[in-house]
Write a protein that binds this ligand. Structure first.
Ligand SMILES: NC(=O)c1ccc[n+]([C@@H]2O[C@H](COP(=O)([O-])OP(=O)(O)OC[C@H]3O[C@@H](n4cnc5c(N)ncnc54)[C@H](O)[C@@H]3O)[C@@H](O)[C@H]2O)c1
Length: 336
């Protein structure tokens, strides 16, 4: 099969991960990189021997990229508030789109993105990488096959590091992952949500955001979901998941940097935790890109589609409302 021509938009933290994976993927040919800084792109490409055949465009030149007929697919790694417009523009130009999560914080925009993709017959994939991680996936398969019995409790913990004070809010960039996981395991949309949150970091507080929160969700099937999130963990990247049911519990532990343990008079010392998301989800980022290509080539249906994104948007809205009002927020939407 012919190699798929790709343009990559945004070369920041996640864009650099996708850059590497696109370059290594034999089914893709990277043709363009679009970023606000040309110097940033040139410096990054130096790690890959310069890659002179890849064209670099500034944000304002995006139309040239979309007019290039060799480009069949676009990977969007720009800040969240730019995703929806870039997605719509790209699909209208005839490109398949893989967009970083979340597609948008506006449910109307998410709907517009999917409407456009359906009207134009182009693939739209919101890259929720955890769904392509082997540990999450094997836990999910076990839960679905009834190994823990009836699910009563889902606990998703996310303690991030290093401290990232980017412009995005805790709901924009972080919580959507855990919402996705809790709803995926519960198999439905919660009917009520409550959020307690605070900021310990002075700069984050001044920016009107929070760095620590707990969200509790009740699902119609009786399961309770709890997400606890900290924007900075001093001991490493700590991602865990517990699913407790009538027949047992499954627990995903945080990933370690290596499998080497040290044994001394003072006891056993395990390896440190993974440094951050590029290390923890390295394989998942490769797998999600392959999934996108498989969908373009007609081999699979997109796994994270419209329903998933709409569900996350509904829960995010309820969380924001609960945080603002300090109340339990009921969700009445019939979207599952
Ligand atoms: N799936 C994951 O694990 C994961 C991890 C981190 C970030 N993200 C998501 O990826 C997105 C980007 O986050 P980040 O941390 O990489 O941000 P970042 O700030 O590190 O990088 C964003 C890049 O986009 C460029 N940019 C900004 N506007 C642009 C435009 N209109 N066109 C082209 N380039 C533009 C900037 O110059 C910058 O290089 C966010 O939506 C975030 O939620 C996902």
């Amino acid at each position: 099969m012919e190699s798929i021509g790709v343009a990559l938009f945004g070369l920041g933290r996640i864009g650099k991960i996708h850059l590497k994976n696109v370059l290594l993927n034999k089914r893709l040919t990277l043709l363009w990189i679009v970023d606000e800084s040309e110097d940033n792109v040139k410096a990054e490409l130096e790690h890959y021997g310069g890659q002179k055949e890849i064209q670099i465009a500034a944000t304002r030149q995006i139309e040239n990229v979309l007019a290039d007929d060799r480009v069949s697919a676009v990977v969007i790694c720009t800040p969240t508030d730019t995703h929806a417009d870039l997605t719509i523009q790209s699909i209208k130009a005839g490109k398949h789109v893989m967009c970083e999560k979340p597609m948008s914080e506006s449910n109307e925009k998410v709907a517009e993105c999917y409407d456009t993709s359906e009207q134009c017959g182009k693939i739209l994939f919101d890259a929720f990488n955890r769904k392509f991680d082997k540990s999450y996936r094997s836990m999910y398969d076990k839960v679905r096959s009834g190994e823990v019995g009836e699910v009563q409790f889902i606990r998703s913990t996310f303690r991030d590091t290093p401290l990232w004070r980017g412009a995005e809010t805790f709901t924009q960039t972080f919580l959507c992952h855990d919402i996705d996981i809790c709803c995926w395991f519960a198999g439905e949309l919660p009917d009520s949500v409550v959020c307690v949150a605070t900021a310990h970091d002075e700069k984050i507080k001044q920016a009107g955001d929070v760095d620590s929160c707990v969200v509790t969700m009740k699902f119609p099937n009786g399961a309770i979901g709890v997400m606890d999130f900290a924007r900075y963990s001093c001991y490493g990247y700590d991602i865990r998941l517990e699913v407790f049911g009538t027949r047992g519990m499954l627990k995903m532990e945080p990933a370690l940097e290596s499998t080497v343990n040290e044994y001394r008079l003072t006891g056993k010392q395990e390896s440190p935790f993974c440094a951050s998301f590029p290390q923890r989800f390295q394989d998942a980022y490769i797998a999600e890109l392959d999934h996108f290509i498989d969908a373009i080539q007609g081999k699979v249906e997109i796994y994270v589609g419209r329903e998933v994104c709409e569900r996350i948007g509904i829960v995010l809205d309820a969380i924001k409302q609960s945080y603002k009002t300090g109340t339990v927020v009921k969700i009445t939407s019939n979207k599952q």
